[in-house]
Design a protein around this ligand. Structure first.
Ligand code: PGA
Length: 249
């Protein structure tokens, strides 16, 4: 069975003081949850502190992005290598905000996924269609192609070290969630593509997350779907009670 992952992506939110207060609350409320993997993904500035804070707990720390090169003249970028060195476990790669606002291509994302794995981080690779693509009936085929492009040239062994997140762009931060049936349909398609790209035993074990307006009141139904093994939460991960509600849903 794939691991169930509850990941909270803060995006560019919280002051330093708010981050520390939240880390404290998270440790108290969810520090001993082991049936599910709880992951906190704060802005880069707070990552080191988070790693120190959660080192003796079950909570894992993630980064929202990492570079596709190890080091060099890349002003403003963060190398995956020191992230792994300080204890970061996961890195989000290919979030639609990175794709749309910062113009990351499938090729960039493919390089980031490969390097993250090489450095010992687990990439949470995001894929998702626009509303126009969904309305044109192209969601499934688009997701399959996007996934293949982002995992291009990777061995089954490398693919086994990834987590995939299905995040329909129209559902992110809009309050519109995909119905659990629609989300399951695409996640099942993602699983099929994984069967094409990797060994059967590997494809079965990869965690596929859903993200897009997940809240405490819809998380339970989403998590009950056969091919959904967790959630990637934005807005509702910023407040401890709503994040706890999702983690325990
Ligand atoms: P949201 O964001 O939960 O605020 O819709 C999800 C995401 O972008 O990962």
């Amino acid at each position: 069975m794939p691991k169930t992952i509850i990941a909270g992506n803060w995006k560019m939110n919280k002051s330093a003081q708010e981050a520390l207060t939240f880390f404290e609350a998270l440790k108290t409320e969810l520090g001993e949850v082991t049936e599910r993997e709880v992951v906190v993904i704060p802005p880069t500035l707070f990552i080191w502190e988070a790693c120190q804070h959660f080192q003796d707990t079950a909570i894992k720390v993630g980064a929202q992005n990492a570079a596709y090169e190890m080091s060099g003249a890349f002003t403003g970028e963060t190398s995956p290598s020191p992230l792994a060195e300080i204890g970061v476990a996961y890195v989000i790669v290919g979030h639609s905000e990175r794709r749309q606002i910062f113009k990351e291509s499938d090729e960039d994302i493919n390089k980031k996924v490969k390097l993250a794995i090489k450095e010992g981080l687990t990439p949470i690779l995001c894929v998702g269609e626009t509303l126009e693509q969904r309305e044109a009936g192209e969601a499934k085929s688009f997701i399959a192609e996007q996934l293949k492009a982002c995992l291009a040239g990777m061995s089954s062994e490398e693919i086994s070290k990834t987590v995939i997140a299905y995040e329909p762009i129209w559902a992110i931060g809009t309050g519109k969630t995909a119905s659990s049936a629609d989300a399951e349909e695409i996640c099942a398609e993602i699983r099929d593509v994984l069967f094409e790209l990797a060994d059967e035993a590997v494809a079965k074990e990869i965690s596929i997350l859903y993200g897009g307006s997940v809240k405490a009141n819809n998380a339970g139904e989403i998590l009950n779907q056969e091919n959904i093994n967790g959630v990637l939460v934005g807005g509702a991960s910023l407040e401890i009670n709503s994040f706890k509600g999702i983690a325990l849903a």
